[in-house]
Design a protein around this ligand. Structure first.
Ligand code: 5AD
Ligand code: SF4
Length: 442
């Protein structure tokens, strides 16, 4: 039996691709190992969204090679798609390169490797993105990722995704439905629908359940399946976000109280330079739709600081935006120029010290806002999906709420992993809530 090890960088899309690769390898008689030292084949599933995760991959390859000459190293994912053959020159010791859009070629590539040449695949005629995954391959036992669409046609000027993941394609609703039904039968507690821009589901092609099946209706269809207590989705692009999505969340209690809606900036000038396709006022209108829902819905976002040409004044508008919105969670990134993207060619790049300083100011303010906002949970009883023991203490468990906030709590029961538990919140920490459990629901 040959053993393989996969290390996954980047987003949930990559987690799904790693599951698909594992499925293909199992069919070829390989077995997954958690120990890279035991593996004959190591796959690095890479991310190129910023420079840092990209660099990490190069150092991992060097590290593995310095330990062992014999192990096969395959680079898959977004870095593989982006650089293809050039990757072989960049870091020696790679045996094959398998782009995101050629994942289905993995068996063929392994066969051809016997002939001894480094191999590169970044294009494939079939659609590897929608390979079926059986529950056996899934990394998580209680939360299942289900891809509903892939690629992106938005071409934000900072973003590499349209180049690594290709044009937007929606998966057939019938196949999504079949997958979600199977997950319900297998007892999954949470299904997380994935796409770079889920709101434009079904916009770019005719799907077999009638031409007009759009994202809100797909959500209705899946929420009706039953048997799955939690259904959530990421990522929402503000341009395609409609009030109907909020109505569907209101209609179905099994849709989570959470929308991830990245503003990226609070300055109209920068939003235009980013080619985001909405203004600050339009973004805020979407927040209003969400905040006026019958049920409380948490909003999280992503922000980029130091986009080329961003002045202190632009940055102040972003500061003011987070003040106004009061996000329940915010990911803040320093702009990182990506090869081939329009923004990387702009001349007025912002110095790194300025980016760092803006990032820190924004993070500091967000911490305060979040602490204050999360106070509303204290004294409430909320439902938590238990993921495992908490990192800090053996008698504490950890999980997340429907609004995607991490909760640590005390519970003396032997094993409640995977259960939905009612927890009374007693305290707010900077990155999580703390409480004590009352009863197990499911
Ligand atoms: N530099 C910094 N952050 C980026 N993101 C995407 N591209 C870049 C880049 N070039 C951020 C965006 C996106 C998140 C996934 O990563 O905020 O929403
Ligand atoms: Fe990284 Fe984007 Fe690729 Fe996900 S799709 S792995 S975030 S570059």
């Amino acid at each position: 039996m040959k053993r393989f090890f996969i290390e996954t960088f980047g987003c949930q899309m990559n987690v799904v691709d790693s599951e698909k690769a594992a499925a293909l390898l199992r069919r070829l008689g390989y077995e997954l190992t958690e120990d890279p030292q035991q593996a004959e084949l190591i796959l690095l599933n890479t991310c190129s969204v910023r420079e840092k995760p990209e660099e990490k991959v190069y150092s991992r390859i060097r590290q593995i090679r310095s330990r062992s000459r014999r192990v096969l190293i395959g680079v898959m994912g977004c870095v593989a798609q982006l650089y293809g053959r050039r990757l072989l020159e960049r870091v020696p010791g790679v045996d094959f390169v398998l782009g995101t859009q050629a994942l289905g070629q993995l068996p063929e590539i392994l066969e051809r490797l016997q002939q001894g040449q480094p191999l590169v695949h970044t294009r494939t005629p079939n659609r590897p993105e929608f390979l079926e995954i059986s529950p056996a391959e899934r990394r998580l036992r209680h939360v299942a990722y289900v891809t509903i669409m892939e690629g992106c046609d938005k071409f934000c000027t900072f973003c590499i995704v349209p180049f690594t993941r290709g044009r937007e394609r929606s998966r057939s609703p019938l196949r999504i439905l079949a997958e979600v039904r199977a997950l319900a039968e297998a007892g999954y507690q949470e299904v997380h629908l994935l796409g770079q821009n889920v709101n434009s589901y079904g916009l770019s092609e005719r799907l077999e359940l009638g031409q007009r099946l759009r994202f809100p209706n797909l959500l209705r269809l899946l929420a009706e399946v039953g048997g799955i207590p939690r259904l959530k989705f990421t990522t929402s692009h503000p341009r395609d976000f409609t009030p109907e999505i909020v109505r569907v969340i209101e209609e179905y209690p099994n849709l989570c109280n959470w929308v991830h809606l990245p503003p990226q900036s609070g300055s109209d000038r920068i939003l235009a330079l980013m080619n985001r396709g909405y203004t600050r006022a339009e973004y805020l209108r979407r927040i209003e739709w969400i905040r006026s829902a019958k049920r409380e819905i948490a909003v999280t976002g992503d922000i980029i600081v130091g986009f080329p040409g961003e002045t202190e004044r632009d940055f102040q508008q972003t500061m003011a935006l987070i003040e106004e919105v009061e996000f329940d969670g915010l990911y803040i990134f320093k702009y990182s120029p990506r090869p081939g993207t329009p923004a990387a060619r702009l001349s007025d790049q912002v110095p790194d010290e300025v980016k760092t300083e803006r990032l820190m100011r924004l993070e500091q303010r967000q911490r305060e806002i979040q602490l204050k906002r999360w106070q509303r949970y204290v004294g409430r009883v909320i439902e938590v999906l238990v993921e495992g023991k908490s990192a800090k203490s053996e008698s504490h468990w950890s999980g997340h709420t429907s609004d995607n906030i991490v909760v640590n709590f005390e519970d003396s029961r032997e094993n409640i992993e995977g259960a939905l538990v009612k927890v009374e919140i007693t305290r707010v920490n900077p990155h999580s809530l703390f409480g004590r459990s009352l009863e197990v629901l499911r």
